[in-house]
Design a protein around this ligand. Structure first.
Ligand SMILES: *[C@@H]1O[C@H](CO)[C@@H](O)[C@H](O)[C@H]1NC(C)=O
Ligand SMILES: *[C@@H]1O[C@H](CO)[C@@H](O)[C@H](O)[C@H]1NC(C)=O
Length: 441
């Protein structure tokens, strides 16, 4: 039934109309916010760029160096009305740092808001879209994240949201229509393309398209304004939830919520599950593996959000996992991994645990254990939509170890909050391998 629903919804996931030659695949890189928030400086950004190179992350594909909020001055230039860099923090200006980042073989991202001010109350882009897009193009910017702060009353929508989740602060847009569960949510037939939110984000899309420099356009309005219905038309990615925190409970909530948007994953347009928290807070290694595996498998942008100089070897290995990166960056297979063995239920604490998807290397299977104890999980190949009865070569997606030719399926022990990744390759003859699901530690 889930597959039928997804098929019906493919039509709703309309093709991206912001084709400007960039953003076919999810963006890989680094963003300053989670680690440095408002204290970001030019030297920290340049160190992050150098660390991407030195740690081999650039070679693994992480090429965007994105400055978040707090880069600009308290006022626009009185004559040109342009945003101006805070020269105390960025003495060479943004054009200067962009040139240095480009000389390192990397790309430069910038930040603003589709409001009068940014979240930290600095001047932002509402009403100045063309001036700002021109400025960034001249500064050789490659990527824009546009937040949703500082929206004045006359630009607010009467109705913003669909189904509230358990926290009542996050919103879900299910089954392609907006479900009206409580009085103050939008009517179920509400057309979000008539909303002011749509107009605010479209204005910047048009301003970017008017520049000769292509820029990736990352919409950050946190799942509101019916964004799943129009995000792919307007931007290359759109944040689907409220902000992430470096906490396991929050990672699970986002996996749950974002899992309902998988039918919107396309080349050139996709839901964004927010920046990575690997290296932050007290996520265990198992939790960090699950966080990375799901962000990659859901084809979210992968923006590392930590102080790279403090990253452990184990964290770096997670971020460089070649199977997950290859899945996320596959330029032939557009779709994400999708849940199987799962009823259509919305649960912030128990998201779907069995997922599979296809990419050029084979079939990726993810097994997530949300319970607070290790647990055996099993899959029969017949249950996996992309597989059938028979035997397949299987590789452990974390260690690269070959698990051999496995008939029928597999049963594995999964550590608490961990995710096992199986790379299922060609069919094989069962006589070459095992006949029964194996118990695999
Ligand atoms: C989604 O559609 C299915 C099938 O029509 C239905 O059972 C389910 O309740 C719907 N979910 C929501 C949130 O509307
Ligand atoms: C998984 O199954 C194996 C084989 O039956 C058993 O030895 C092991 O204790 C089980 N693990 C868990 C966590 O239940």
């Amino acid at each position: 039934m889930i597959r039928l629903l997804f098929t019906l919804l493919i039509e709703a996931a309309s093709a991206m109309s912001l084709i400007n030659g960039v953003g076919k695949l999810p963006t890989l890189g680094w963003n300053s916010w989670n680690a440095f928030e408002c204290s970001i400086t030019e030297s920290q950004v340049l160190s992050a760029a150098q660390n991407l190179i030195d740690l081999g992350l650039k070679d693994a594909g992480y090429t965007y160096v994105n400055i978040d909020d707090c880069w600009n001055d308290r006022s626009r230039d009185p004559t040109t009305h342009r945003l101006q860099p805070d020269l105390g923090k960025f003495p060479d200006g943004i054009k200067g740092i962009a040139s240095r980042v480009h000389n390192m073989g990397l790309k430069m991202g910038i930040y603003s808001s589709a409001g009068k001010t940014t979240c930290k109350k600095l001047p932002a882009s509402l009403g100045y879209e063309l001036i700002d897009a021109e400025t960034w193009a001249e500064w050789q910017i490659d990527y824009l994240k546009l937040d949703d702060c500082g929206v004045p009353r006359e630009w607010k929508d009467d109705c913003l949201a669909c189904v509230p989740d358990s926290r009542k602060t996050h919103y879900v847009y299910m089954n392609g229509t907006c479900k009206n569960l409580a009085g103050n949510w939008c009517p179920s037939d509400y057309d979000f393309r008539r909303s002011k939110t749509y107009q605010r984000y479209k204005a910047m899309r048009d301003a970017i398209l008017a520049q000769s420099r292509p820029m990736i356009y990352s919409i950050c309005n946190k799942g509101k304004g019916g964004i799943p219905g129009w995000g792919n038309e307007i931007g290359h990615s759109w944040r689907s939830t409220e902000d992430i925190d470096p906490e396991w409970s929050r990672i699970l909530e986002i996996i749950n919520q974002n899992s309902f948007y998988m039918n919107h994953v396309n080349f050139y347009g996709r839901p964004d599950a927010d920046m990575l928290e690997i290296g932050n807070g007290d996520l265990t290694l198992a939790e960090s593996r699950s966080h990375f595996a799901f962000w990659a498998a859901m084809k979210s942008p992968l923006l590392i959000g930590t102080d790279l100089s403090q990253l452990s070897q184990e964290h770096i290995r997670i971020l460089k996992n070649d199977v997950l990166l290859a899945f996320n960056q596959d330029d032939v297979y557009e779709g994400p991994a999708m849940p199987f063995k799962w009823d259509w239920t919305f649960s912030p604490t128990n998201p779907a645990e069995f997922w599979s998807g296809q990419f050029q290397r084979g079939i990726l299977i993810l097994l997530l254990n949300v319970e607070f104890a290790p647990r055996n999980m099993s899959v029969n190949w017949e249950e996996v939509p992309q597989l059938g009865d028979g035997s397949y070569w299987v590789t452990d997606g974390w260690t690269g170890e070959s698990l051999g030719c496995l008939s029928d399926g597999i049963a594995v022990e999964v550590e608490t909050h961990d995710t096992r990744i199986l790379l299922v390759g060609n069919r094989c003859w069962s006589s070459e391998g095992r006949y029964r699901p194996m118990w695999w530690k």
